[in-house]
Design a protein around this ligand. Structure first.
Ligand code: FES
Length: 77
């Protein structure tokens, strides 16, 4: 399965401390987080632990080089 591209820009969100499962396949309807839609696709969510309240730019294009956050790769899509 090809990755889906929910949006070609990050999801900038104010985050509370906790553990989050970033959707890597793009199929989740709860972007930018996993809702289990990856089942059977070969993709798995990327887990991130956030220690303190902060603003994060979650990758929305699913084409970042690693991890869960925007690294500017969406500009090349
Ligand atoms: S939204 Fe994916 S790299 Fe920026």
């Amino acid at each position: 399965m090809e990755k889906k591209i929910p949006q070609k820009s990050p999801y900038v969100m104010e985050m509370e401390p906790g553990t989050y499962a970033w959707c890597s396949c793009g199929a989740s309807s709860k972007q930018p987080f996993c809702d289990g839609s990856h089942k059977g696709s070969g993709f798995t969510p990327t887990m991130e632990t956030i220690e303190e309240k902060t603003t994060k730019a979650w990758c929305g294009c699913k084409h970042n080089k690693s991890g869960s956050f925007c690294d500017g790769s969406h500009k090349d899509l």
